[in-house]
Design a protein around this ligand. Structure first.
Ligand code: XMP
Length: 513
């Protein structure tokens, strides 16, 4: 197995994902948990140092244990990982005055060839993605330069004899098109066969769940989305009826959603399911709230309260299961607790009170959406269900900027249903990562028939994405947009204007809040 030492990069999990795509088993461990004893016990066949936001000059800068360099295994350092490697092995790093580099760059090869660059430079230069402040100014003894970019003279460095490789750019992101090839070459050189599969992941996940839970009872928050459904089916497979699913209807679901979920899990899968209609509780608490973070935290807190109540009702469940995915984790954790800064408090992570009195089972915590879908298929969930667009835990609350009212939610639900119907009718549903309507906190004047209207404006959103971390808005035709706007305004009372959101992520996020 391969060890990734995490120095806090936003994209560390993408490294893991690239390795899983190569059917290599890896684990990510934060730098402060990895010492020489850990290394000896883990016995990695290869090690990768992730990037990270720190500077090697900072007090207490994150460092790997010195012993890692004496294990005789291949090491790949990325960005901060490269700087750390040079710093530890006798090279020099300089502060990035004027040489910070963010975004696309082009690397050209130096004369020497390197096995991990097989398949690179066929057309002379390769595009890579840079994101660094400091840079290496002198490479460590034994290292040589194998690729340079205008702002990074040491873009690719290596000590082939020791099998140490260090790059300034991020080969794990899509903007480094040949990055996957570099990982492939690296794991081959490290001797991995590439025989690990999603089936193996399922077995391993089931083993871990059994080990964690023992004979205790678990309740699982079922939202009807793919993530919590896959988590529930996986956990049910691991521990059977020790699991009870709780479907909290917070009054923020889409049209007909509650019925669909209850039918599927209770009738089709025969899983113990509590349908908790708590819309009064949630909508009451959200009355007058318009701040997005307050909304998210309120919903997160109430979810936990409701779960705790039902946990008691099933006779002392001590575990709470959630379908938290990696992008939910990364965007919710601040650097003190792990990597990166807080963008949004995702309800299944950030809203958790410290003392919720239950332990968490989160079997999907390391996975990206499409990997969860693959796992769902592996578990036999129907394709139509697995293909459903993601739906966030806080539901329609975060698609209703400003104050939430029952009237607005009702309009939003009906408009969203028309929009999705349009997308399905035009055969576009599977091309789109996520599409939804949002109701804007404003009314505008219109004219219908011979009368004046003063109704709500809607925003339509549709994006393509591979992992939810970045996204492009979907380029509908004008005909489609015009037809959809007309249908919504004709069929949904209370709407007289429709906008289409052309913002990508970044700088926008997928949801409006
Ligand atoms: P953003 O808006 O952060 O969304 O660009 C990225 C993806 O995450 C979903 N999302 C959530 N999922 N709980 C969830 O389970 C949440 O609190 C949450 N907020 C956003 C969003 O729908 C998109 O797919």
């Amino acid at each position: 197995r391969l060890l990734i030492i995490d120095f806090g990069s936003q994209v560390t999990q993408l490294i893991a994902r690239r390795l899983r795509e190569l059917n290599v088993y890896c684990e990510i461990h934060p730098f402060n948990k990895v010492d020489d004893a850990f290394l000896a016990a883990f016995a990695p066949k290869a090690v990768i140092f992730s990037g990270g936001p720190a500077s090697v000059f900072a007090d207490g800068a994150p460092m790997p244990p010195k012993g890692v360099f004496d294990m005789g295994v291949p090491i790949l350092g990325i960005c901060y990982g490269q700087q750390v490697m040079m710093h530890c092995l006798g090279g020099r790093v300089e502060r990035g005055h004027g040489t910070a580099e963010f975004g696309r760059a082009y690397v050209t090869p130096t004369a020497a060839r390197l096995p991990i660059l097989d398949g690179w430079f066929a057309e002379g230069r390769e595009q890579v993605w840079m994101s660094h402040g400091d840079h290496v100014s002198e490479i460590a003894p034994g290292f040589e330069v194998y690729g340079t970019s205008p702002n990074a003279p040491f873009a690719i460095t290596a000590d082939p004899a020791r099998r140490f490789f260090a790059v300034q750019f991020h080969p794990e992101v899509h903007h480094t098109p040949k990055g996957a090839k570099l990982y492939e070459n690296f794991v081959r050189l490290a001797g991995f066969k590439g025989d690990w599969t999603m089936g193996a992941y399922r077995e391993e996940a089931i083993r871990k769940i059994r080990e964690q839970v023992g004979d205790q009872k678990v309740i699982c928050g079922l939202s009807g989305g793919v993530d919590s459904s896959v988590a529930a089916v996986l956990i049910h497979e691991a521990i059977g009826d020790q699991l009870t699913c709780v479907f909290v209807d917070h009054g923020l679901l889409r049209l007909g959603e509650a019925e669909q979920v209850v039918t599927m899990f209770r009738d089709h899968y025969n899983m113990p399911l509590i349908h908790a209609d708590e819309s009064d509780l949630f909508l009451g608490a959200l009355e007058g709230v318009s701040d997005p973070e307050v909304k998210r935290k309120t919903i997160g807190r109430l979810f936990i309260e409701v779960f705790e109540k039902h946990a008691k009702s099933v006779g002392g469940a001590t575990f709470l299961a959630q379908g938290t995915l990696y992008p939910d984790v990364i965007e919710s954790v601040s650097f003190s607790g792990g990597p990166s800064v807080t963008i949004k408090s995702h309800h299944n992570v950030g809203g958790l009170p410290e003392k919720m009195g239950m332990k968490l089972v989160e079997p999907l915590r390391e996975l990206f959406k499409d990997e969860v879908r693959a796992l769902g298929r592996e578990l036999g969930l129907p394709d139509a269900f697995i293909g459903r667009h993601p739906f966030p835990g806080p539901g329609l609350a975060i698609r209703c900027p400003g104050e939430i009212t029952r009237e607005k939610l009702d309009i939003l639900r009906r408009a969203d249903a028309v929009y999705i119907d349009q997308i399905r009718k035009h055969g576009l549903y599977d091309e789109i990562w996520q599409a939804f309507a949002a109701i804007l906190p404003m009314r505008t004047v219109g004219v219908m028939g011979d009368g004046r209207t003063y109704d709500y404006a809607l925003a339509l959103r549709a994006v393509t994405s591979v992992d939810g971390m970045t996204a492009d808005y979907y380029p509908f035709t004008h005909d489609f947009l015009g037809e959809t706007a007309t249908r919504i305004i004709n069929e949904v009372q209370g709407v007289n204007r429709v906008f289409y959101d052309c913002t990508s992520k970044p700088p926008g996020t997928i949801e409006l809040e």
